[in-house]
Write a protein that binds this ligand. Structure first.
Ligand code: CTP
Ligand code: MG
Length: 223
């Protein structure tokens, strides 16, 4: 059973505010992209990787993969205007015989191996998809125009991370239609009626959004 990873790295990184895309911001000794790429390449479960690069940065992305010896990278394609468009571009490069697709944000560079194991175990139980999640520390309210509409039951809510794992055919079907403003892959699979299991996430999967996040994540590089 083959497992493919789509690593989406095509965002501009506007909130990080550097003179280059977030995937090429320095993290430790190398561009940020090197860390999630190395971790996926080293994962015993992952058979192949598609990198979705910032448009115009395909060549440096391929060179970086070669530099770190990421031998499972089979394609590198430019991303689209939205995350969903970038996922769709990557998915198009995943071979037809792939059984499972993991979609991961390059902006979450520190990917612990046991998260991948939990996701794949959930698919082994028969779920269409699986997502890593953390409980919420804060109370969450729905608001409109700065006024509280309702307070949501916190024990039912989780904050979802990546990688997200799916049965390949289910993910392809979910991305065949209008992807609209979807901010994660699971929401499209859910909308198509798929059953998505929640597994334990990891604090180190925090997304790098701001310079402070980059600083925090750099402390976990060798964890
Ligand atoms: N992403 C992508 N293509 C896009 C937008 C986002 O591949 N058009 C990827 C990013 O590279 C990142 C992940 O989706 O790995 C999550 O996006 P986000 O954290 O918002 O990154 P950016 O869009 O780069 O950051 P910003 O929103 O601050 O510009
Ligand atoms: Mg963004």
């Amino acid at each position: 059973m083959s497992v493919w990873a789509v690593l989406v790295a095509a965002g501009r990184g506007e909130r990080l505010g550097e003179d280059r895309p977030k995937a090429f911001a320095r993290l430790g000794e190398l561009p940020l992209l090197a860390e999630p790429l190395r971790r996926l390449d080293e994962s015993a479960q992952v058979d192949g990787i598609v990198v979705v690069a910032p448009p115009g940065w395909e060549e440096p992305s391929i060179l970086l993969a070669e530099q770190i010896g990421a031998s499972k990278v089979s394609a590198c394609v430019p991303g689209g205007e939205s995350r969903a468009a970038s996922v769709r571009a990557g998915l198009a490069e995943v071979p037809d015989d792939a059984a499972i697709v993991l979609v991961h944000d390059a902006a979450r560079p520190v990917l612990p191996a046991d998260v991948v194991e939990r996701l794949l175990a959930a698919l082994g139980e028969g779920f269409d998809g699986a997502v890593p999640a953390l409980p919420l520390a804060d109370t969450v309210k729905r608001t409109a125009d700065g006024v509280v509409v309702e307070t949501l039951p916190r024990e039912q809510l989780v904050a979802v991370q990546t990688p997200q794992a799916f049965v390949a055919s289910v993910l392809r079907t979910a991305f065949a239609g209008d992807v609209g403003a979807a901010t994660d892959c699971a929401s499209l699979v859910e909308a198509a009626g798929g059953r998505v299991k929640v597994v334990a996430g990891d604090e180190r999967l925090q997304k790098v959004t701001t310079p402070a996040d980059l600083e925090r994540v750099s402390g976990w590089l060798h964890g």
